[in-house]
Ligand binder design. Structure first.
Ligand SMILES: Cc1cc2nc3c(=O)[nH]c(=O)nc-3n(C[C@H](O)[C@H](O)[C@H](O)COP(=O)(O)OP(=O)(O)OC[C@H]3O[C@@H](n4cnc5c(N)ncnc54)[C@H](O)[C@@H]3O)c2cc1C
Length: 381
């Protein structure tokens, strides 16, 4: 009799966990996924109908190739689930020519070999009148491969596909602790213990509580939706955008899609990005919560009513450098971290799932993934 109940356990079936489960199951691995709530719940980081997808990701020069890999895997998941998950609308990044947003977008595109178009202020404001108030010193970069990915449908599709390939899924089951043994791991739940060769911990904002990782910080923030004053404003008229605000902060959004109103995300201001506890987070929305988003819409987006028609409290998990934290907790560890999403991981989730599947099976990462390795924070004596 084997001493393992499964080869790999995946803890948390949000964006990163569901995709890891699917990629492990695709490789024929005996995998168990555990989720404390329902699949595609509205408690963690992965709900609210849409997430921006970009192929030229200003946050790091190596994210462009990760996004292209993710896009291919989203297309594969669409095929197996017969569900549209990723809709390309194109997207425009708007900012000062020397800003991190513009320079980083250009660099990520060049690294990944993605073609993007440079737009002058005149071209930008003529093409997208909603951005007419853009500072005349700003420019735009058009990423034709940008669009919108659907979080709930993607998670459901991945879990469904994984189950069809033989994965076991335990929903409404909470992992209470994780222990590394000499040759594997023990994952304790409120319903018993599962022994496996390795565990991928994709617990989102709960990771610091579960593993005692204080550097992975849960942040409370708001999703806000608005209406145009002049009838419908869909993603043709207002495609995905990210716009420079100040101090390298940005706000972002897209037009109406799937019957949902215009979505606009406020810049990461301390008044609307606060450290939280995922178990006791205040999900009520106050006037002060929506003040920043309302102000941004009123000042910067032409023709949109600044009073939100819909709001929802959500969370991200920030890492120290705002890059993902993916791979063995320490060199050789069988506990694989899938965390530090820092508010931009959904678009990459399928590719991250494939990467984490490899990590769980002991594959060495390529040098292109060094910037997401947990070991980057370890100091040498
Ligand atoms: C408002 C907002 C806008 C965003 N915009 C974008 C965007 O435009 N583009 C983009 O790419 N990304 C975006 N992101 C980020 C993206 O949504 C996240 O990177 C992604 O959803 C993170 O997924 P996750 O799997 O790490 O966490 P989650 O989706 O929260 O998954 C963690 C799961 O683990 C479960 N869990 C936790 N602890 C336990 C336990 N002990 N036992 C069992 N289960 C457990 C939780 O219930 C949860 O389901 C945005 C995020 C927010 C909040």
């Amino acid at each position: 009799m084997t001493k393992y109940d499964a080869d790999v356990v995946v803890v948390g079936l949000g964006a990163l966990g569901s995709m890891t489960l699917w990629r492990l199951a695709s490789r024929g691995i005996d995998v168990v996924g555990i989720e404390q709530f329902d699949i595609a719940n509205d408690k963690g980081s992965s709900f609210g109908s849409t997430r921006l997808f970009r192929t030229a990701c200003f946050e790091h020069p190596d994210l462009g190739s990760m996004a292209l890999h993710a896009r291919d895997l989203y297309r594969e998941l669409e095929d197996v689930s017969a569900t549209e998950l990723l809709t390309l609308t194109g997207g425009v990044m708007i900012g000062p020519p020397k800003s991190e947003l513009i320079v980083g977008t250009r660099q990520a595109a060049a690294n990944a070999g993605t073609i993007v178009d440079e737009l002058s202020w005149k071209e930008l404001t003529e093409r997208f009148p909603v951005h007419a108030s853009t500072d005349p010193s700003y420019v735009g970069i058009w990423d034709p491969g940008a669009g919108v990915v659907r979080p709930e449908a993607s998670i459901r599709s991945a879990v469904h596909a994984a189950k069809a390939l033989g994965a076991q899924v335990l929903d409404r089951t909470k992992v209470t602790s994780i222990h590394e043994t000499t040759d594997g791991v023990e994952v304790r739940t409120d319903d018993g213990t599962i022994r496996a060769r390795s565990v991928v911990v994709a617990a989102g904002p709960w990771v610091s509580k579960l593993l005692g990782e204080p550097s992975l910080v849960p942040i409370r923030l708001l999703m806000t939706w608005f209406q145009s004053r002049q009838g419908d404003l869909n993603t043709d008229q207002l495609p995905v955008f990210i716009r420079h605000f100040n101090d390298e902060r940005t706000f972002w959004g897209h037009g109406q899609l799937d019957g949902m109103p215009i979505k606009v995300g406020a810049p990461d201001d301390p008044t609307n990005f606060s450290v939280t506890d995922p178990d006791t987070i205040d999900r009520r929305v106050s006037d002060s919560d929506i003040a920043v988003a309302r102000d941004v819409v009123a000042r910067y987006l032409e023709g949109i009513d600044p009073n939100p028609v819909r709001t929802s409290v959500c969370m991200i998990t920030d890492s120290v450098d705002r890059h993902f934290v993916l791979g063995p907790r320490e060199p050789g560890s069988r506990v694989i971290l899938a965390s530090g999403d820092s508010g931009h991981a959904f678009k990459h989730a399928t590719a991250i799932g494939e990467f984490l599947a490899g990590s769980a099976l002991g594959e060495a990462p390529s040098s292109r993934h060094a910037f997401v390795s947990p070991s980057r924070f370890q100091t040498t004596a």
